[in-house]
Ligand binder design. Structure first.
Ligand code: 1GP
Length: 252
């Protein structure tokens, strides 16, 4: 089964999915195998791997380490062209639709596509939207783009519709890693009402309650990075996973 279908079946069966972002620059290598095993056992639904920089040059090794400790989907969330590898199950083929920087709209994609094809990596077309979160995030700075204002849901909805009409398969709404505040619930609600694309939400989600609010507003997948990096993860991963999946239980 393709990774995209696997992710969609997780959403179908569990109401929503919980993904953990691993930034190879931020993890402690020695702890990674145990972290991946514990997160898998604690009910996470998959791993995203990527970051704004890749200073360690260890991208493939980190992916190998993750893959050998879990059977869950391992998907690249690329911060740059250096983050393409056949070791992952798939790559979120990001188009930074909230920005107007041609390099992130088509330039990098053209360079990466033949490589992705040649190594046989599954590419999942994803409309990537950076939403303003009160401070300049790495994604915003590195991509040299302006985020969508958090109090302008109509503008966000228009971008989401364009992504759907172009034929993208996911929307990723990102407040940016370590954001002070996550994406507003109201904005998620309006996008999920207007668009039928599955929505991934990340950036600044610190508690299972934050996550639940996004799921109730219409998110299909919740991503956390920073909070899990900073905490004794096993217990917190379980709390996040149970809370995100609780929506399916409520429906029964
Ligand atoms: C950032 O969505 C991710 O791109 C995760 O953000 O590190 O704030 O959880 P956090």
């Amino acid at each position: 089964m393709k990774t995209f279908e696997k992710l969609m079946s997780i959403k179908r069966d569990r109401g929503a999915g919980y993904l953990i972002l691993i930034d190879p620059d931020k993890i402690v290598r020695d702890k990674l195998p145990a972290f991946v095993r514990e997160s898998t056992e604690a009910g996470a639904d998959g791993f995203l791997v990527g970051g704004s920089l890749m200073s360690t040059g260890e991208f493939d090794n980190v992916l190998r380490m993750i893959k050998s400790n879990t059977t869950l989907p391992v998907v690249i969330f690329p911060g740059s062209l250096f983050q393409v590898s056949s070791i992952a199950d798939a790559i979120l083929f990001l188009i930074l639709i909230s920005g107007r920087n041609p390099e992130y709209l088509i330039g990098h994609q053209v360079i990466a596509s033949p490589i992705i094809k040649n190594i046989g990596l599954e590419a999942i077309s994803t409309g990537y939207m950076i939403i303003e979160s009160g401070k300049t995030t790495s994604a915003e700075f590195i991509s040299n783009t302006k985020p969508i204002p958090r109090d302008k849901p109509d503008i966000a909805v228009a971008h989401a519709l364009a992504a759907e009409f172009i034929g993208m398969r996911f929307l990723y709404l990102d407040a940016g890693s370590g954001a002070d505040v996550p994406i507003p619930d109201e904005l998620v609600k309006k996008i999920s009402k207007a668009s039928s694309l599955p929505i991934i939400i990340g950036g600044g989600i610190r508690t299972p309650e934050d996550a639940l609010k996004k799921v109730e507003a219409g998110a299909s997948f919740i991503v956390t990075g920073t909070i899990i990096e900073e905490n004794s993860y096993g217990r917190l991963v379980r709390e996040f996973a149970e809370t995100v999946h609780s929506r399916a239980r409520m429906k029964v």
